[in-house]
Design a protein around this ligand. Structure first.
Ligand SMILES: Nc1nc2c(ncn2[C@@H]2O[C@H](COP(=O)(O)OP(=O)(O)OP(=O)(O)O)[C@@H](O)[C@H]2O)c(=O)[nH]1
Ligand SMILES: [Mg+2]
Length: 229
């Protein structure tokens, strides 16, 4: 619908996604309740500049390679449900580990905002983060926030707003692999594109096929390939 946008929150466990979600939406939400088989995603709304942002709190995961139900749920949401913007929430005190997931998301989808959370704790520890440098390197906005102290929210909301209105264009820096892998991608990608069109990144699907990710293949045939007969 016009003026309604879906904003997904992704990130490693315990990086403050639900805290951010609750602070922005004003909803109370229990944390860490994703253990069961049926995963229900918490949703809540934020009104901003005559727009409604529907926030979706995805399960916390260390990767998006469908090794677990949670990883599959988060992956499927980002790839197939295609939120208008995906916020990747990182723990400022363990950026190196957290960037693994961020880079995976940047390979899957374009409109991404990197939220470096727990900036209050990082500052206490003397950790300095150059968000401009990161923004330039990654090709998407990087914003320092403290979800608990509601710090950085105006810039975050404004950035989401500017992405959905097209005032900011996200251009995730392409990630390249060793020639052996790049050569294989060149072989597979045209065929993948025939299958998935522009619905999802054919390069990303090709990489997953090289990984032998069967759950993704099943998901693609379920969702994108028309049934015969
Ligand atoms: N100091 C500080 N603590 C924070 C901040 N944001 C979140 N926390 C704390 O970090 C812990 C984890 O926060 P959650 O919001 O539950 O994290 P989550 O990412 O939803 O975790 P999972 O749902 O398990 O993936 C909680 O104790 C929060 O209070 C912050 O900006 N500063
Ligand atoms: Mg949570």
């Amino acid at each position: 619908m016009v003026n309604e946008y879906r904003i997904a929150l992704a990130g490693n466990p315990n990086t403050g996604k639900s805290t951010l979600f609750n602070a922005l939406t004003g909803l109370r939400q229990h944390t860490g309740n994703w253990a069961g088989k049926t995963v229900s995603l918490a949703q809540g709304n934020v009104e901003y500049k005559h727009k409604t942002f529907h926030l979706i709190d995805l399960p916390g995961t260390y990767s998006l390679f469908s090794n677990s139900t949670d990883e599959e749920v988060a992956r499927n949401y980002i790839v197939f449900e295609k939120p208008d913007v995906t916020l990747v929430v990182l723990d400022a005190t363990s950026l190196e580990r957290n960037f693994n997931l961020a880079l995976q998301v940047l390979e899957m989808t374009k409109n991404v905002v990197i939220c470096i959370n727990l900036i209050d704790v990082a500052e206490q520890q003397g950790i300095q983060i150059n968000e401009r440098l990161l923004t330039n390197r990654l090709g998407v906005p990087v914003i320092k926030i403290s979800a608990r102290n509601k710090k950085g929210f105006p810039l975050l909301l404004d950035t989401i707003d500017r992405i959905v209105t097209g005032a900011i264009e996200c251009n995730p820096a392409p990630m390249t692999y060793p020639p052996m892998i790049e050569d294989k991608i060149k072989l597979i990608e045209p065929k993948v594109r025939e299958l998935v069109g522009n619905e999802i990144s054919s390069r990303w699907v090709s990489l997953r096929l090289l990984d032998g990710d069967e759950t993704l293949l099943n998901e693609i045939s379920k969702r994108l390939v028309p049934e015969e007969g």
